[in-house]
Design a protein around this ligand. Sequence first.
Ligand code: F6R
Length: 356
Amino acid sequence: GKSGYDHYMLKEIHEQPLSLRQCLSGRIDELDGRITVEELDDLSDHETVQFVACGTSYHAALYGAQLLRAAGVAANAYYAHEYATSPAPVSTADLVVGVTQSGETADTLSALREASRRGAETLALTNVVGSTAAREADHVLYIRAGPEIGVAATKTFSSQLIGVNLLTSHLTDRGVKRRRDFVDDLRGIANDVQAVLDESEAAAVVEEFVDSDAFFFLGRGLDYPVALEGALKFKEITYEHAEGFAAGELKHGPLALVTANTPIFAVITGEGEAARKTIGNVKEVEARDAPVVVVTDGVAEAGRYADHVLEIPTTDERLAPLLANVQLQLVAYHMAAHLDREIDKPRNLAKSVTVE
Ligand code: F6R
């Protein structure tokens, strides 16, 4: 049942501290903090990784590709349906990772089969034990989020983000002791999510925006997949027009849509160049009188430029996007609740898309 929550989606959002602990359980050595993923022990070394996925899982893939590139691995993320139509060159030296919560998405299965046919080693990053992807791929890494009933993926996305971090650690520092601070932050992620759930002001913030024309979500770097995911979740359950943009694309077109009646959610985590540039984009939309909500860890002091701030705890910059996403899950949920939508079963959508 829904354990007292109004919807499965809200229950699953609140289950995240638990599902993240399950995902990490036994995968960080208690003594030396080394990340060890037994299922990946017989995975070969790879210098190129291609992710294939759809929807929310594609956003986790985009994030994963960036993590790997930052660690020196040539990695890309593809929509599985596009990949199946126009596959990237692949060889036996490449790893193709299908990210799929259900393990049954037809497009993702086709892309994995195509990669396999052309000689690549394949890995399924999935939630469902014994699913088709898990059975067909050469390797499987389970995210262990537990069953997800709500059509809108929430806890499984967070666990996918941790899953691709585990994969990145496995591929890039096998045998090397992990930097302490990252492992400490990884161990603390469940508590940090709990803090967001306990303190989020998302419900109050969105109430102001019920009569808006459209909703835009911006992010750069690792915050970009979070912006896309924030918009996807928002459109799925509120039926309002929402779009996610790479913050840098704004002035190449989308800025034409920005008015005083298009709230902007800007995801700004970490410090440095990316955050500074996105703050610049926030100023551009403010000059068009758009209301701005900044989702931030406060490191770059981005909150100063916002009408509202949705705060997250500070953590490793690779993990902060996961926390920002929890705020955006709550944004979508509370807006849909205000609008009295069918949150657990959005119109026209199915939990698992088993036709191409
Ligand atoms: C969004 C959502 C979908 C799925 C997509 C892929 O909330 O649930 O976008 O993410 O259909 O599904 P899986 O991960 O099962 O392959």
